[in-house]
Design a protein around this ligand. Structure first.
Ligand code: PMT
Length: 401
């Protein structure tokens, strides 16, 4: 289940070009099962209309402190009493200044002053406004008051200038909200993962690979970030973007993957091998493109090192999790891999329909037995896998200490 599902968020949209990104944020939140109530300031309404937010959220949009639709005329109290958070995106310099000074002269500021839930702000403004000592002073006050500040980002601005002040993209804000609400089961832990396929070159333009998309590994990397971990992802070739908060090392072959893992695994608490690493590689890669001759041709394949087994055999081995993709006898093969490679946990998946799908059916194997998870999207499964491994890891750390 998504950590945001069933939550109520009051989203205040103040004046700024970035208000268009808030429409996308509402869409993402609603898709995740969040009950979103939008408060649109007069300046915000100059950029995006209330109709857009009403259609996307499925809820009435509020703007006026004296709105008669609230039976007791107390929108500033009632809107937030059962809310899990108030989020302001975009948060203008003017609104942040008002909040830092405790003003309460309209619905937005009154809501924030009268709240009993967390306040999260995503600033958006011109870089000179952001860097101005007054804004910096206001931000210090707000942070001291316990307000969570997301961003701003750096880059090209609507005014044409370049610098800090852009509001984070909707997907980034969504992830930050997941991080904010998610249980920090991996706080203070370093997690190294492998993901995707490997590419074993035959010549400069050809090679042996497989159809792993990287989706499972990337979803797990993201779930580990949400659980509070420092995450390094060693990835074979994929078309996926780097998940926010993840340090990605891109590799092609199994040998490169092994070298990259060795360079980052020292001090890791957890190693998760999600990659579909080629078991064999051509004994040599031709320097130039191999020409067609009409004759039969033979490739000699030599075994690749087993990266996961090597990490698990280290004297200072982290908690090791392997994956097993099988088309039959899942219990037998997955449990066999766990024991043979000396792993703490294996995630077994039946892949009769191939790799690269958006959902998956997995069973977790550990010393305590087998634990099936219901079929779900890879993003949802990733949270279930992290919750299970975090439980084992904490027990593991206790027995070690
Ligand atoms: O990327 P997706 O399209 O989302 O698909 C996800 C997946 C099916 C690739 C993933 O869920 C998965 O099951 N990955 C493991 C594939 C597999 O069966 O690997 P294996 O049986 O060859 O290896 C078992 C374990 O050892 C794996 O953790 C693997 O990463 C690791 N291994 C294997 C060989 C090798 N040389 N080095 C390794 O580290």
């Amino acid at each position: 289940m998504n950590v945001l599902q069933g939550r109520k968020i009051v989203l205040i949209v103040s004046g700024g070009v970035a208000a268009y990104k808030s429409a996308e944020l509402v869409r993402l939140l609603v898709k995740a099962g969040v009950d979103v109530h939008v408060v649109l300031t007069a300046a915000g309404a100059r950029f995006v209309t209330a109709v857009t937010f009403q259609a996307l959220s499925g809820n009435a949009v509020w703007s006026d402190l004296w709105d008669p639709r609230m039976p007791n005329n107390m929108a500033h109290i009632d809107l937030t009493r059962d809310a899990d958070a108030i989020m302001i995106a975009p948060a203008s310099a003017d609104l942040l200044a008002k909040l830092a000074n405790g003003l309460a002269d309209d619905l937005t500021t009154t809501l924030c002053l009268a709240r009993d839930c967390p306040l999260i702000v995503a600033p958006a403004m011109n870089r000179q406004m952001w860097e101005h000592p007054a804004t910096m002073r206001n931000m210090r006050v707000l942070r001291d008051d316990g307000v969570t500040v997301l961003g701003p980002d750096s880059g090209e601005q609507a005014c044409g200038e370049v610098g800090l002040g852009r509001m984070l993209e909707a997907e980034h804000l969504f992830l930050r909200l997941e991080v904010f609400f998610g249980p920090k089961t991996l706080a203070g832990r370093k997690v190294v993962l492998t993901a995707g396929p490997t590419f074993e070159a035959i010549d400069p333009v050809r090679g042996i690979t497989n159809s792993s998309s990287g989706k499972m590994g990337y979803a797990l990397a993201r779930a580990c970030v949400i659980a509070g971990a420092e995450v390094v992802l060693v990835s074979g070739p994929t078309a996926l973007p780097v998940p926010d908060g993840v340090c990605r090392l891109s590799v092609a072959s199994a040998l490169e993957m092994r070298e990259a893992v060795a360079s980052v695994v020292d001090g890791a608490d957890v190693f998760i091998g999600v990659a579909a690493v080629a078991d064999y590689r051509p004994d040599r890669s031709a320097e130039h493109k191999i020409k067609k001759s009409g004759e039969a041709m033979q490739l000699t394949l030599v075994p690749n090192p087993d990266i996961l087994a090597e990490v698990a055999a280290r004297p200072d081995a982290p908690f090791c999790v392997g994956f097993a993709a099988e088309s039959r006898d899942l219990d037998h093969y997955a449990e066999g891999k766990r024991k043979n490679k000396g792993l703490d946990m294996v995630v077994g998946n039946l892949v009769r329909e191939g790799l690269g799908l958006d959902d998956n059916l997995v069973v977790l194997y550990d010393r305590g037995g087998r634990h099936p998870l219901p079929r779900a999207t890879k993003a949802e499964l990733a949270h279930g896998i992290v919750a299970h491994l975090a439980g084992l890891l904490n027990a593991h750390s206790l027995t070690r200490s």
